[in-house]
Design a protein around this ligand. Structure first.
Ligand SMILES: [Zn+2]
Length: 291
């Protein structure tokens, strides 16, 4: 029986117990299975997220139904999350479709406009006890169709983070703390001092975007400072693609998709397991009780 729970409850448990939920991006049937099977094997709560590229490619509700259909034989707690929505209307559609968590990303709007829309999203979502993520500060790199050049990266300020969190009523806050979306050319250095200040004043779970290739010790330190949701997308896509490439390199005449896609799926599962262990979410499924 699938066990869907509010992103709010899921992230709050991680926050209280100093571990992090992995929010893994799904793009097709095989990545959904890889993520869910990893969580099941690790006894880990899991957030599975649908981003803008996947929505354009597969459709938001179709993706959600696909996740649900693969969840029927999964027993650990699952939260389906809408990632980086820049449209108020899309967040409403997700809320109506029964997502357990939504993100409105107004980080490229002015502060007041970002607050105004994020607050409306939070008001709608909270009626149904759906978790809400907002973002303040600009995270660099490329995610889906959004590219932020290096010179435009804006590390989140403490005062703006506190004001944003209070005025919007969000449940968890994405900030810019020195990471970027995508694969890094050189390993990033997280701004721990800034993270600690923000975390102490905001007193809400913090979300780390651009977690791919951040050294494990930095990730774990960030978790001790209040990071309770870590988005993982690029690394999973890379694992999936390399898994398929491996098959074609070794067996160029292998036309069975059940062979090539399966190897991609296995690699996604392996990577997700690795992340769950680093994040400390493994063996935490028992924290959550079925209603
Ligand atoms: Zn992101």
């Amino acid at each position: 029986m699938p066990f869907f729970i509010s992103g709010k409850d899921m992230i709050e448990d991680a926050y209280r117990n100093q571990y992090s939920i992995g929010a893994f991006s799904a793009h097709n049937a095989e990545t959904i299975q890889g993520i869910l099977w990893a969580a099941e094997e690790e006894n880990s709560p899991v957030m599975i997220q649908i981003g803008q590229k996947a929505i354009q490619y597969m459709g938001m509700e179709k993706m959600k139904k696909m996740i649900e259909s693969f969840s029927t034989d999964i027993t650990i707690p699952i939260s389906i999350h809408l990632d980086h929505s820049q449209q108020y209307k899309q967040t409403l559609q997700a809320i109506q479709a029964g997502f357990q968590s939504v993100m409105f990303d107004g980080s490229d709007l002015c502060f007041d406009e970002n607050v105004k829309i994020t607050k409306k999203v939070a008001e709608n979502a909270s009626l149904l006890e759906i978790g809400v993520e907002g973002e303040i500060g600009t995270i660099g790199g490329t995610e889906d169709d959004i590219t932020i050049a290096h010179e435009d990266v804006n590390i989140t300020g403490v005062e703006e983070a506190v004001a944003f969190s209070k005025q919007t009523g969000i449940d968890y806050l994405a900030i810019s703390m020195g990471t970027a979306h995508g694969i890094y050319k050189t390993p990033p250095n997280l701004r721990f001092e800034q993270l600690e200040k923000i975390s102490n004043k905001v007193k809400k779970p913090i979300v780390l975007h651009g977690g791919s290739s951040v050294p494990d010790d930095q990730v774990q330190k960030a978790i001790t400072l209040g990071v309770s949701k870590i988005n993982v997308d690029t690394e999973l896509r890379k694992s999936f693609t390399l898994g398929i490439q491996e098959v074609f390199q070794n067996q160029p005449d292998e036309w069975h998709l059940a062979v090539s896609l399966k190897n991609g799926r296995d690699k996604v599962k392996e990577k997700a397991i690795e992340k769950m262990r680093i994040f400390g979410s493994s063996q935490r499924a028992h924290h959550f009780k079925k209603a």
